[in-house]
Design a protein. Structure first.
Length: 56
């Protein structure tokens, strides 16, 4: 079964901005580019995780 664009629903992405949630679609161009260039934090890759492993 093939999906057409008429069957799709737009998905709104929200982010937290200073204690409230705001849709990314309402950001200006600069703020949108900054949002999409962010990287997710993972604790396993942080320097702190190496420290914790050494001193358990």
């Amino acid at each position: 079964m093939e999906t057409t664009n008429l069957e799709r629903t737009k998905c709104e992405i929200y982010t937290r901005v200073m204690w409230y949630f705001r849709p990314v679609s309402h950001f200006n161009t600069w703020k949108k580019s900054e949002f999409y260039s962010r990287t997710c934090f993972t604790e396993e890759k942080s320097m702190n995780s190496k420290f914790i492993e050494e001193y358990k």
